[in-house]
Design a protein around this ligand. Sequence first.
Ligand code: UDX
Ligand code: UDX
Length: 480
Amino acid sequence: MVKICCIGAGYVGGPTMAMIALKCPDIEVVVVDISKPRIAAWNSDELPIYEPGLDEVVKKCRGKNLFFSTEVEKHVAEADIVFVSVNTPTKTRGLGAGKAADLTYWESAARMIADVSKSDKIVVEKSTVPVKTAEAIEKILTHNNKGINFQILSNPEFLAEGTAIEDLEKPDRVLIGGRTTPEGQKAVAALKAVYAHWVPEDRIITTNLWSAELSKLAANAFLAQRISSINAMSALCESTGADVSEVAYAVGKDSRIGPKFLNASVGFGGSCFQKDILNLVYICECNGLPEVAHYWKQVVSINDYQKTRFVKRVVSSMFNTVSGKKIAILGFAFKKDTGDTRETPAIDVCHGLLGDKAQLSIYDPQVTEDQIKRDLAMNKFDWDHPQHLQPQSPTAFKQVSVVWDAYEACKDAHGICIITEWDEFKKLDYQKLYDNMQKPAFLFDGRNVLNVEEMRKIGFVVYSIGKPLDPWVKDLQVSI
Ligand code: UDX
Ligand code: UDX
């Protein structure tokens, strides 16, 4: 029986390994992690991450050929294939601070694999890493070896949160990068055989190591670029009276462009886009390509601009101050159908409003009060360091309350900001919300989930990203 061990039981490692276990009953899969609470949660009825369909997959396999454990070294030693899916945070100090990936956890994982191994192994890069990381890891592995053969492969994950199970079950493609030597190609074939249990062969792409590593960064950069492109257009739509949804629809009908990933929003979030682009920017700079670096940096700059623009719209519409006013924040996760808050635009929007002394009442169906308060107290980039997974005493925020119901959040509020596109926000009784709010009642739709005309009929002053401005909003705008 082939044995797989995955280091890192996070959003990537957990669901990916659960799917491999489900589709490959002949393979034993053990997911290991240094975090005891995380592993305990994976072994309980309350999984540590919320992902539609994940519970069923885990329940089907756990205890049969899927195991979660903190005995990292034991399971690595026994495995034929070791996946590494640990954090690769953005460096916060030293060379490349604010841009380069911090490979501390990856490096220590590689050293540990070298130390405990007694048999040949295939080591698979699952975390997103800078191009040529595999080469560095290979050096650590081979310099420590005791006659053991390590083959390193890059197998980037393309799942998106909220649809992870669907994405894993029917991937657009599986990408495997490896050395072109016969041993390298043998390792590629071994990993291909795992995926071939359920993925059609023509969807399994094999490349050299560096192409696979770069493809992951490039794919995320292209996706994020589409969002920044439509968000840049949204600003122009507001100034000209065009409607960004109409523009996106017309543009997306061109089959060369396509309709996906053209939803204007308050900004993209998530653990990958910003981090991977900054990483790409740093790699370009290090390779003497400042123009290319500058080009990609703009994708992140427009995203920051979009978040700031949203906050400015809120403040300027409400007579240029939100001081002491209650504002309901509906949604805190970085997208719907996940409880993940990493790099969520909600953090920046809340910081912006708190900076103007607003009183916030936050509701998200999947994010806990503890998590929200921790996020608001955290420094930029700190979220990707494993310490944040340990329980911390939340900083008390006098200006923030977290509630468990949208109606409660909006009661007596001056304004509502929709930050996450949860389906339940489309179905709320907005007349009821309006009746219980201060007047004039403001509604700022950061995800364009509401019918603007209907909301205006109820009486709301409405701002919707990239849509013709409410006369009220238009009159009160300072230049943004
Ligand atoms: C991770 C990386 O964060 C990301 O850079 C990469 O692109 C894909 O893999 P994700 O699974 O979403 O993404 O991260 P996270 O949920 O933080 O999981 C990482 C896990 O690794 C954590 O549970 C952490 O405890 C564990 N870990 C970290 C180890 O087991 N050992 C370490 O040395 C460091
Ligand atoms: C992304 C990639 O899609 C995935 O392939 C990669 O493996 C990891 O990074 P993820 O971050 O989980 O996945 O979610 P994604 O659906 O890409 O959304 C990212 C952010 O962009 C979210 O904040 C989302 O709300 C936002 N978004 C997405 C928009 O603002 N507009 C869109 O049209 C699409």
